[in-house]
Ligand binder design. Structure first.
Ligand SMILES: *Cc1c(COP(=O)(O)O)cnc(C)c1O
Length: 426
């Protein structure tokens, strides 16, 4: 088990979320079901807040990691802002009760409708990633008699040393503006509808060492100096993005404490820049990743000569990360006793008709795990349900939020009628 899974532990031999046995939840809500721990969301947020104490800051949860309204409400009530990458996420954040002044509208391709929708609310800022987008935003804001606060998203060209699909801060990536683009646009005076007040970066996800962050922070500071000398006025805030990794297996990501210490070293009151910028963070995985598990039931175990196939009732439509990124999720039996004894190599697969519908290959699993048993995919709280689809006409899972010994269904399992509801058919 990945080490700091404080909120999902065995109690009397049964894997539990906080104080609730997953067997009880499976019985009540069926499988597959995402199960979250309230405390597990709040603890990393508190650690980030503690690490940044004394520095003007705003932690904006990256909604795309887990966009359930109840999760957003929980985090908003704890003081978090939100990082949004679509108009839909903006609506979710507002519906969940987030403070508009703590919302950051990011995204590499905002549509006109999304820009207008963003402008209709007093958001903290827009993160802008291209010159044409800046022009469009400026024009729309001006037409609405507004001046939008903007951070330019800077692509610092650093290698986050993570999976290529989740690295975003390299020159070759589609994200952000390069130094030369930023310098050129600042010399144009056609953006009267915006105020360039910040610089943002986001170099990738599941980053497991501090050095890419440190490289990016240094380049950001240099860029800020250049921007300010052209603008002739200081920026107000720096958005340092998300990306801090979590343990899925035996990775040792930097602690939140070490990460925030690095931020203070570069941007805090004792740094050469004297803490004069408000610091924004956009963590997604750091907050949600180890806050949820996907609870699933084994349908069949199919023995083969070299290895067994363990077929579970969750599929790649429910949790796509292994198929999409080849990512690792710990798979554990809910009843500890089923995990005892001899192990045998298994492929853990779902029922979807794709060979990539495979959660793990050659994974040593206990002999005793068989059809009818419950298993949990750990570390599934981020980019789990939010990436789920209905492929194979499979309703997406239910979601349950556990709080101590209490729990609440926060999303019903999709029914067949939900699946076909928007089809035009007569
Ligand atoms: C996805 C994303 C994040 C969150 O990334 P994590 O790795 O989950 O922390 C933050 N900011 C932006 C702009 C993103 O696209």
């Amino acid at each position: 088990m990945p080490k700091p899974l404080e909120y999902f532990t065995y109690r009397d031999g049964i894997l539990s979320a906080e104080e609730v046995a997953l067997t009880e939840l499976a019985e009540k809500f069926g499988t597959p079901t995402y199960v979250y721990s309230k405390e597990a969301f709040l603890a990393p947020l508190r650690d980030l807040e503690r690490g940044l104490a004394g520095l003007d800051h705003l932690v904006c949860f990256a909604v795309k990691a887990n966009s359930n309204l109840s999760v957003l409400k929980l985090l908003a009530e704890a003081g978090a802002g939100m990082d949004l990458v679509s108009g839909g996420e903006l609506r979710r954040a507002l519906r969940a009760g987030a403070d508009p002044g703590k919302l950051v509208f990011s995204g590499v391709g905002k549509s006109l409708a999304e820009i207008d929708e963003g402008l209709a609310h007093p958001l903290h800022s827009f993160n802008v990633e291209s010159v044409v987008e800046l022009k469009l935003l400026s024009d729309r804001a001006k037409a609405a008699g507004k001046r939008a606060r903007v951070a330019l998203r800077f692509n610092p060209d650093v290698d986050p040393k993570t999976h290529p699909y989740i690295s975003t801060g390299l020159k070759k990536n589609k994200f952000g503006l390069q130094r030369a683009e930023i310098l050129a646009l600042l010399k144009r005076h056609e953006f009267a509808g915006v105020r360039i007040a910040g610089l943002s970066i986001h170099i990738g996800s599941q980053i497991l060492s501090l050095s890419p962050f440190e490289d990016a922070f240094k380049k950001t500071k240099r860029m800020v100096g250049e921007i300010e000398s052209i603008l002739g006025s200081p920026l107000e805030f720096l958005d340092l993005g998300g990306g801090l990794g979590i343990p899925y297996r035996n990775e040792k990501p930097p602690s939140i404490e070490a990460y925030t210490k690095l931020i203070r070293k570069h941007f805090g009151p004792k740094s050469e820049i004297d803490g004069r910028y408000r610091i924004l963070l956009e963590p997604g995985r750091t907050i949600a990743g180890n806050s949820g598990v996907l609870l699933s039931r084994v349908l069949y175990r199919k023995p083969r000569k070299t290895k067994d196939f363990v077929i579970v009732d969750a599929g790649m439509n429910d949790l796509v990360r292994p198929a999409l990124y080849g990512s690792y999720h710990e798979i554990v039996p809910v009843e500890a006793a089923r995990g005892k004894g001899k192990r045998r190599k298994c492929d853990v697969v779902g029922p979807v008709c794709e060979s990539s519908d495979c959660f793990a290959s050659d994974r040593p699993l206990a002999d005793r795990i068989e059809g009818g048993d419950l298993v949990a995919f750990l570390s599934a709280g981020a980019y789990g349900m939010s990436m789920a689809s209905q492929y194979n006409t499979r309703g997406r899972p239910a979601e349950v939020l556990v709080d101590g010994e209490g729990y609440r269904l926060i999303r019903k399992r999709e029914t067949f009628e939900d699946l076909i509801g928007s089809e035009v058919f007569r």
